[in-house]
Write a protein that binds this ligand. Structure first.
Ligand SMILES: Cc1cc2nc3c(=O)[nH]c(=O)nc-3n(C[C@H](O)[C@H](O)[C@H](O)COP(=O)(O)OP(=O)(O)OC[C@H]3O[C@@H](n4cnc5c(N)ncnc54)[C@H](O)[C@@H]3O)c2cc1C
Ligand code: SF4
Ligand code: SF4
Length: 656
């Protein structure tokens, strides 16, 4: 038999300026690699990723007739693509190109011992040379893209993303777990720094969504499961029963007035009651009634009532309605599930939510709102009187590791300034105090807005509030003014807490269903916080708005448009190339034990029921290698990570 021609592998070592070069002796590394009989050529250069660096690789491939290339440089996340392209222009198969990380995993962590770092760099690159010798040339398969998007969460982030995608001509499903779209912005009064009415700037968008030929609204709906992969997802969605036939309902609201069952209004943050059948606010889209079964006399309490069915002129009430589970096919998913506020009941020093006139920021937005419970007049919840003194307390929970929220909630400085200013606009003689640790106003026209708040007579007190308590009808607020080093005490009629912005309730659960990562606080994690801020780690999932972290409306809108542009970039392609670095099964050896089927988190393994052999669903396999780990017979192998390759790499690292 003709002896197998040995692969010609070239090794290239990058200095990365001083990043690698000041710790690792790259010349020594290249010289050591050049001594290896299985390395055809070894070279070092100051910036391998630069044009001259890539040209050096291209020329070496040509001159030395290389079949494979190994570059010792930074993480493959940054430049594997660059080097695959460079070598690819001279005919090297992209899967014959490897990157050995000698920056993050060597130079940066061994700055104190340069000689050891140099030895380690030789071994790391050497191990990848071994792998390269075992690599097979692979060809990606092509799969079609379903050019339809699902947006989960219909606050301003989801609305913006949906409109951008729909305006570009692609169909969008816009889902929200509430009966209407709009999210938190629908609850706000006026918005900083321009003080335009939140509903006035939101409603044109919600109306457009409701009427857009490319947008289908799926409200009162939650995602239950997602399967598939980028370009080809199948999503199972539960459409909760509204007990009102929305095709018949005309949104007249008669039922919402006649229903005898009252329940605290979630939209108005518990400041007033709504009825068991309700439309949350006048501009709601869709403007349809929803019956809350848990509080309905007929459905929840088993009493004969039926008032809404009797009064409904459209005959829309349907007490027999059931939840429906539907399946939808989409190519991209945008997550825009927004935020919640840290519950004031968790802060002991501020009365554990027991003092009626201690409210949070969103409650105060409803108090200020023209469509709120007091029609825009500032009133206290306990007795409806106009508060003469209002104390605002910032950083409640935020920047406070004790309560588990060490981060800055970012929007509170500005919305507190806005709320204090709006209070002064409505109660001219009223006194407003803001207790703060710092004032942070990094945004266009934000600093000027803060200055204006002070000019309009709002008093800023630098210091933390240590305690507040009820005294008669009023609330005593005690703290320390840290600028003058004196105790302060203010007796207020109303206290407003700027509580920490937290991930929306259920975000972790949703992340688990979608296979997405969250950070330690539960916000969705970006693929890279600086370079890929609107993508998730999992291909085909994009992130928009405050589900990633606290942000104001302008930033949310920009972020959402960024996410939409990534979806559009995906949809502009005719087909996707699947990564061929996936699992394979040797059918001769497979015993059909099924361990790999259980180990695969992506549902990419199945047992052929007739042959009792495992197979790989190529389109679902993510190449994680979990199946190869559990296979007792080594029947499952991972393309270009075969056992023989890994053992050769280990030998190089441990024994060399
Ligand atoms: C008191 C206060 C005042 C503010 N004032 C201003 C201001 O004046 N100016 C300004 O620029 N910013 C202001 N903001 C910030 C502003 O509210 C946010 O920037 C903006 O609302 C974020 O929009 P979003 O779409 O990311 O999130 P959200 O508005 O929270 O929308 C998220 C949506 O997702 C839905 N959802 C959640 N989970 C699921 C799920 N599992 N399935 C389906 N749907 C789901 C929710 O029902 C909601 O509709 C203020 C914030 C607060 C707290
Ligand atoms: S009375 Fe009937 S039509 Fe009117 S809002 Fe209620 S359900 Fe809709
Ligand atoms: S674990 Fe291995 S032997 Fe068992 S079914 Fe999967 S591939 Fe076959």
């Amino acid at each position: 038999m003709k002896p197998k021609k040995q692969k010609r592998v070239g090794a290239f070592v990058c200095r990365c300026g001083i990043n690698i070069g000041s710790v690792v002796d790259t010349r020594e590394v290249a010289a050591a690699l050049g001594q290896r009989p299985d390395v055809a050529v070894a070279q070092e250069y100051v910036y391998m990723c630069s044009d001259p660096g890539q040209e050096l690789i291209r020329q070496a491939v040509e001159k030395e007739g290389l079949d494979a290339v190994v570059v010792g440089c930074c993480t493959p996340n940054l430049h594997l693509k660059t080097f695959r392209k460079a070598a690819g222009t001279r005919g090297v198969n992209p899967f014959q190109v490897e990157v050995a990380n000698i920056r993050e995993q060597c130079a940066w962590v061994h700055q104190e011992d340069k000689a050891a770092a140099t030895r380690k760099a030789i071994r790391i690159i050497g191990s990848l040379v071994d792998k390269a010798h075992g690599n097979r040339a692979l060809t990606p398969a092509k799969v079609g893209i379903r050019k339809r998007a699902l947006v989960i969460g219909a606050g301003i982030a989801g609305i913006q993303a949906a409109l951008d995608i729909a305006d570009a001509g692609y169909p969008v499903l816009l889902a929200d777990r509430l009966p209407n779209i709009g999210g938190r912005m629908a609850q706000l009064s006026e918005t900083f720094p321009t003080l335009d009415c939140s509903q006035c700037i939101l409603t044109p968008r919600t109306v457009e969504c409701g009427q857009h030929p490319n947008i289908e609204l799926l409200t009162y709906a939650e995602v239950e499961a997602v399967s598939g992969f980028i370009g080809n997802f199948t999503v199972r969605i539960r459409k909760k029963a509204t007990y009102v036939d929305w095709d018949k309902c005309v949104g007249c609201g008669i039922c919402t007035q006649k229903c005898p069952s009252k329940v605290s209004s979630q939209f108005d943050r518990g400041l007033v009651d709504r009825r068991a059948i309700s439309i949350p606010f006048p501009q709601a889209i869709p403007n349809r009634a929803t019956l809350d079964a848990a509080h309905c006399r007929q459905l929840g309490r088993g009493k004969a009532c039926g008032v809404c069915a009797k009064v409904c002129p459209a005959g829309a009430i349907d007490y027999a309605m059931q939840d429906r589970v539907i399946e939808e096919e989409v190519g991209a998913i945008v997550v825009a599930t927004g935020y919640d506020l840290f519950a004031k009941a968790q802060v002991g020093e501020y009365g554990y939510g027991q003092i009626r006139d201690v409210v949070d920021g969103l409650e105060f937005e409803r108090i200020l709102s023209a469509s709120g419970p007091f029609a825009g007049q500032v009133r206290r919840p306990s007795d409806g009187k106009e508060p003469q003194t209002v104390v605002f307390i910032k950083c409640v929970g935020s920047r406070d590791p004790e309560h588990g929220y060490p981060y800055c909630s970012k929007i509170c400085c500005m919305y507190t300034a806005k709320q204090a200013m709006l209070y002064k606009h409505r109660v001219h003689h009223g006194r407003a105090y803001i207790f703060y640790i710092d004032v942070r106003t990094p945004g266009k026209d934000y600093e000027e807005f803060y200055q204006r708040t002070q000019a309009e007579g709002v008093t800023y007190v630098r210091g933390r509030v240590s305690r507040l308590y009820q005294e008669g009808e009023r609330i005593v607020v005690q703290g320390v003014d840290t600028l003058v080093g004196r105790k302060v005490e203010v007796t207020a009629d109303l206290v407003v807490l700027a509580t920490a912005v937290t991930p929306s309730q259920g975000a972790k659960d949703l992340a688990r269903k979608l296979n997405l990562a969250t950070n330690e606080h539960g916000f969705f994690s970006e693929a890279h916080p600086k370079m890929r801020p609107v993508e998730s780690i999992t291909s085909g999932f994009f992130l928009a708005g405050t589900c990633v972290g606290p942000r104001d409306i302008p930033e949310t809108v920009a972020h959402a448009s960024g996410a939409a542009s990534k979806v559009l970039a995906l949809f502009s392609r005719e087909a996707l190339e699947t990564d061929p670095v996936i699992a394979t099964v040797d059918q001769e050896i497979c015993s059909g034990c099924g361990l790999c089927v259980a180990a695969c988190a992506y549902g990419a393994r199945q047992l052929d029921p007739k042959r009792h052999k495992a197979t790989v669903i190529v389109s679902l396999c993510q190449g994680c290698g979990a199946c190869a780990m559990v296979c007792p017979n080594s029947a499952t192998q991972h393309e270009n990570f075969r056992t023989d390759q890994i053992m050769a790499m280990v030998d190089d690292l441990v024994l060399a």
